[in-house]
Design a protein around this ligand. Structure first.
Ligand SMILES: Cc1ncc(COP(=O)(O)O)c(C=O)c1O
Length: 417
């Protein structure tokens, strides 16, 4: 069959497609697969029980249940959840939001497809790009662009922060926002590294974006105020030049496919119309189920009392296993400041981490090799082939057994076994 350029792009496996296909094909596997590759949230029983109760209440209410499954919602998204979000943000941050500042999408991945193509691509005889001020960045951004050559990005500065630890910092001196930049985007906390850009870095990007007259997109899929998987104190900021993207997924609800955008009304209006064209309306079952927990503030309590502590404990344990195993090798872990991943850097590893990925997969351990996480960085940088992302969200025994095999394979690769 003859496909367009757009269609043909999906004949080739993209990074995120490989990841999702690995996840799906291995999910039902009877073999002992240690899935440290995907972005699935952890199973936190107390949190799941709260959602079950909310689902039960929805099912027991004939009228509410009917309207959540039997009627198309509005293109901008479920009004009850939008109003609950407006109240929650205004009470907590005093941002002065109204309903015109929020739209829902079918997951935040879908929001990025809409947003990036809204802000970059051909415009007024030029070609605009999305600037990622620092890579590594989220693998899912890579292929959402309709056009080619869509991202411009920068190498980070690498700061050694302690024994076998490092932190990436934005190389602010390397950033200029020229006329071909349509928007800046940064995930905070960052997937894959667990980095949380500092308030100073945030303020500087905010100022640069304002001066250049382009929006700053903050991807808060793991951030404040929910699920709040951030282990250091930072400030969240919003004003109409910032587009804040949030999601229900890392609260433990990825299957509900609900993303949230907070932005200036002109952005929200376009997103709403794009929703109408591409989806008619975003799904309303998830928002109907979860709205009561936003209205009574339970979602914040769950985030603070269960979700954040769950990941903090798992990050600590996983780092301990890594530190105990790699003390003699040039292996560094990025500071685990947030999200659900560890980013490991095997300095001067004699093989690429793609090769390491293959060797691990053959032994039933799935990780993600680092080179996928540098969209728009068109330089040859060895560092991209020396890192992997591992998720520590799964059950402890899965993570521990997976790490043990990673340790063996890495030691073999360094000829230290
Ligand atoms: C940083 C980041 N942004 C966005 C997404 C998309 O998530 P969803 O579409 O489930 O909201 C993910 C998923 O893992 C992510 O890690």
């Amino acid at each position: 069959m003859r496909f367009t350029d757009f269609g043909s792009r999906f004949r080739e496996p993209t990074g995120i497609a490989v990841l999702m296909e690995d996840l799906a094909s291995l999910a039902g596997s009877t073999n002992d697969i240690m899935m440290l590759g995907g972005g699935n949230p952890g199973k936190i029983d107390a949190v799941i029980d709260s959602y079950r109760q909310a689902a039960q209440a929805l099912i027991d209410d004939h009228q509410q249940f009917f309207s959540s499954v039997g009627r198309y919602g509005e293109p901008v998204g479920n009004q009850r959840l939008i109003s609950a979000l407006v109240n929650l943000f205004n009470e907590r941050y005093d941002w002065g939001l109204s309903d015109t500042n929020i739209a829902l999408t079918n997951g935040s991945q879908n929001a990025f497809f809409l947003l990036f193509n809204m802000l970059a691509g051909t415009a007024e005889g030029t070609y605009r790009r999305i600037l990622l001020p620092m890579t590594p960045e989220y693998i899912g951004y890579r292929d959402v662009a309709i056009g080619d050559n869509f991202f411009v990005s920068r190498k980070p500065l690498i700061e050694e922060t302690g024994n076998h630890r490092f932190k990436y910092r934005i190389d602010l001196d390397a950033i200029t926002i020229d006329g071909d930049i349509g928007a800046l985007c940064v995930s905070r906390p960052t997937n894959p590294t667990g980095n949380v850009i500092t308030d100073d870095e945030f303020d500087t990007l905010d100022k640069m974006a304002l001066e250049a007259g382009v929006p700053l997109i903050i991807d808060g899929a793991y951030g404040e105020p929910f699920p709040d998987i951030i282990h250091r104190k930072v400030r969240l900021k919003w004003h109409p030049n910032i587009i804040l993207s949030l999601s229900l997924s890392k609260l433990g609800l990825p299957a509900l496919r609900t993303g949230i955008l907070i932005a200036a009304p002109e952005v929200i209006q376009v997103i709403s119309r794009m929703n109408a064209v591409t989806n008619l309306t975003p799904g309303s079952f998830g928002p109907s189920l979860i709205s009561p927990l936003f209205e009574n503030g339970d979602i914040l309590t769950l985030s603070q009392q269960h979700i954040r502590p769950f990941y903090a404990r798992k990050a600590k344990r996983t780092l301990q296993w890594i530190d105990d195993s790699f003390a003699e090798l040039p292996v560094y872990a990025h500071e685990a400041e947030g999200a659900i991943f560890l980013w490991l850097w095997f300095r001067d590893l004699p093989i690429t981490t793609q090769e390491l990925y293959e060797r691990l997969k053959a032994r039933g351990v799935i990780v993600v090799p680092g080179h996928y996480f540098f969209p728009g960085l068109n330089i040859d940088w060895q560092h991209c082939h020396e890192c992997i992302r591992i998720s520590y969200a799964m059950e402890d025994h899965v993570v521990e057994n997976g790490i043990a095999i990673i340790v063996e394979e890495v030691k073999k690769a360094y000829n230290k076994l």
